[in-house]
Design a protein around this ligand. Structure first.
Ligand code: BDP
Length: 680
């Protein structure tokens, strides 16, 4: 190669990655193109013709700096599903999959090993995904606002589609494929019926065509009243033939454009959305109607269990009461989509007792990656520990070891398809997620959907290596900070099982005193914390709302008894006297104060860790994270002062002298009204 060619190669290929400031737009995909000298020495030999296999080959051609690789398809290896086998020694690697997408996933596996500096000379890998459908839920509206989205407008530029394709569509698909995500719901569960018009279906098709290259199937949230709203049917009663026919025709139209369309996600009879109960029908009647329309094409209905009504009944019990009696009535292409906790994506909840309680119905988890209740994109909160806490929780529904992961991944009860979902935190922001560390939560969801046995530590380590650097002096403290971060948020917002004491509209700041005139009681903080002069917490024991009865033994008794109830869920299940003696020997009141203070101190600690590591991080990302940590530190003090000063009006006990004094007055904090309007 002439010096001029070499220089040219250097400038075009390498410089953009070396000299330039980073802005987070590359996510964890900061692969460096391989040098020509390497390319000459190794081959990426493809023994298949499928376009996705070619894409796998291309990714390795461009970025794999190791030995030669041969990629093969072997359709007989069905046990691998979308997974792969990698075997290799110092001179040659063989990557085999049953499906073309398996080769793509295998290619990203190799690149991850390379990025992390792992041994690539002795490879014996077999990877099989734990769930068939690994899906993101976008709560994106057609006007490009994003419900509970904190990273700018929606990525989907509906007004430009189908003619113009933003380069970000492909980048999005590639990022998902690199972590094994294979499906996406494009629109908000509070679904606008318009998404099902012919006008929008061609736009959806344009996106589906891009995503398909990376093995990603498109799903849509469907508004249950679409037949009436779009085409003037008298109603959308699922028992009427005309309504079923409407859906059959609509589904046929969708599949004409999108032959691998995944199916529908439905929020019905929940928070004002229409549903089968409007006509005296059940959730099963509604879900089955859609399932029947999708069945001939292999489509799936993801029917949400997030239903509750203002009533005398504890909100935490309602999904179980509604769905358990319907077990066995759903078609086999219906999966019930259940939020990890029984209330609503709080910083900490016990798992929803519905998990494992319906043995004849497929169930899937819905996590929330977007931080609606964990400080938006302002707070650093690594969510893998939260996801793991639910996945690893033992439901005891089929005896010991029936974890939420195992009752949903098909290993205890076989169902046709298994799935796992999460509400995305992605938007138009340059760095995709608003906070650079928000990327780690997208990454962690994908990795856990692929393999729920991975540890939070391992996932953090991978992400840090690929997103920042592999230098141990950086990786170790940042990994620790990430691992601690979710608990820090719990501490300064809602420790010991407190929940939903957020400001009414936006769910960002504290408003434990909140009480909207005429508002639904089950949207009011006092409904959840029940503070009075006797104590604090929601009594869900057998003498209270009896929500404990929805859990299998021995959990029911463990939760029911104040002495055995885990302290991190104490106020979820019990109304506890202020003077109750905690395991530490402190009173409940003192313990509460210590948790709030610990949360504040931890965030201050994160600031110190981050500032000290400035030399390891590029300028832009360093200063952006630094500013966000400042906001988080201020917010943590705001939370602590608001909650302690307010609860103190009930406990009438002093804040222990060891902890920092409040710097706000309760009356001033009560006046704060953030302009972040949103329906609850
Ligand atoms: C709540 C959100 C609301 C969503 C709802 C849901 O506040 O915006 O529409 O969940 O999941 O967490 O349907």
């Amino acid at each position: 190669m002439s010096p001029i060619t070499r220089y040219f190669l250097y400038v075009t290929l390498l410089l953009p990655f070396l000299g330039h400031a980073e802005n987070g737009s590359q996510l964890w995909l900061r692969y460096v193109p391989v040098e020509k000298s390497v390319v000459n020495k190794r081959t990426i030999d493809l023994r298949a013709t499928h376009a996705m296999a070619q894409l796998a080959q291309k990714e390795l051609e461009n970025y794999w700096a190791g030995q030669s690789v041969v990629l093969k398809l072997d359709k007989k290896l069905t046990r691998l599903k979308e997974g792969y086998v990698i075997k290799g020694n110092i001179s040659r690697i063989e990557l085999v999959a049953a499906e073309p997408v398996g080769l793509l996933y295998g290619a990203y596996h190799l690149l991850r090993l390379q990025e992390m500096g792992e041994d690539i000379n002795h490879l014996q890998v077999e990877e099989i995904p734990d769930y068939d459908i690994r899906i993101l839920n976008h709560w994106d509206n057609l006007d490009r606002t994003v419900e509970r989205g904190y990273a700018g407008y929606s990525l989907w530029k509906w007004e430009e589609l189908p003619h113009q394709l933003s380069p970000r569509y492909e980048q999005y698909a590639r990022a998902n494929a690199s972590i094994g995500i294979n499906a996406t719901v494009l629109n908000n569960v509070n679904a606008s019926p318009e998404i099902l018009t012919s006008h929008y279906i061609v736009k959806v098709k344009a996106l589906a065509d891009v995503f398909r290259k990376y093995g990603i199937r498109v799903y849509l949230s469907a508004n249950f009243s679409s037949p009436a709203l779009l085409d003037g049917l008298a109603d959308s009663d699922p028992s009427r033939k005309e309504v079923q026919d409407w859906w059959n025709t609509k589904v046929k139209e969708i599949y004409q454009h999108i032959p691998d369309f995944g199916g529908f996600l439905v929020k019905a009879n929940s928070e004002g959305q229409p549903g089968p109960q409007d006509y005296g029908r059940t959730h099963a009647d509604g879900a089955n109607m859609l399932a029947d329309a999708l069945k001939p094409y292999g489509g799936v209905v993801m029917w949400r269990a997030f239903v509750y009504n203002p009533s005398e009944e504890d909100r935490a019990k309602q999904a179980y009461q509604e769905f358990v009696p319907l077990d066995g009535e759903f078609r086999d292409n219906v999966i019930i989509q259940i939020k990890n906790g029984p209330i609503d994506f709080q910083p900490r909840e016990p798992f929803t007792p519905l998990f494992g309680a319906m043995q004849h119905t497929a169930q899937m988890i819905e996590f929330q990656i977007t931080q609606e209740y964990l400080g938006f994109s302002n707070h650093l909160a690594y969510l893998a520990p939260l996801f793991k806490e639910t996945l690893d929780a033992d439901t005891y529904s089929a005896g010991e070891g029936s974890t939420v992961a195992r009752v949903t991944d098909g290993s205890i009860w076989r169902h046709k398809k298994t799935a796992i979902s999460a509400v995305a935190n992605i938007g138009e922001d340059t760095n995709w997620t608003g906070h650079h560390f928000g990327q780690a939560n997208w990454y962690a969801f994908g990795r856990l959907a692929w393999n729920h046995a991975l540890s939070s530590e391992e996932i953090a380590r991978e992400w840090i290596h690929m997103t920042f650097t592999g230098d141990a002096d950086f990786v170790k403290p940042i990994q620790q900070m990430m691992i601690d971060s979710r608990e820090a948020v719990v501490d300064y917002m809602m420790p010991l099982g407190l929940h939903h004491i957020f400001a009414f509209d936006h769910h960002y700041g504290p408003e434990p005193w909140g009480d909207r005139k005429g508002g639904r009681p089950d949207w009011m903080p006092w409904y959840y914390h029940n503070a009075d002069t006797a104590g604090l917490g929601f009594d869900r024991t057998t003498t209270g709302s009896n929500a404990v009865s929805q859990y299998s033994e021995p959990l029911r008794s463990i939760f029911n008894t104040i002495e055995t109830c885990p302290e991190n869920l104490l106020l979820w299940f019990h109304h506890v006297p202020w003077t109750h003696s905690m395991k530490s020997g402190r009173t409940l009141w003192d313990e509460l104060c210590f948790h709030y203070d610990r949360g504040v101190q931890e965030v201050r600690g994160f600031q110190k860790i981050w500032d000290k590591l400035e030399p390891y991080v590029d300028e832009q990302r360093f200063s952006e994270v630094q500013s966000k940590l400042k906001v988080q530190a201020k917010d943590a003090v705001w939370w602590k002062d608001a909650c302690l000063l307010y609860f103190q009006t009930f406990s009438n006990m002093p804040i222990p002298y060891e902890i920092e004094r409040p710097i706000h007055e309760l009356k001033d904090l009560k006046k704060i009204k953030l302009n972040m309007k949103h329906h609850n």
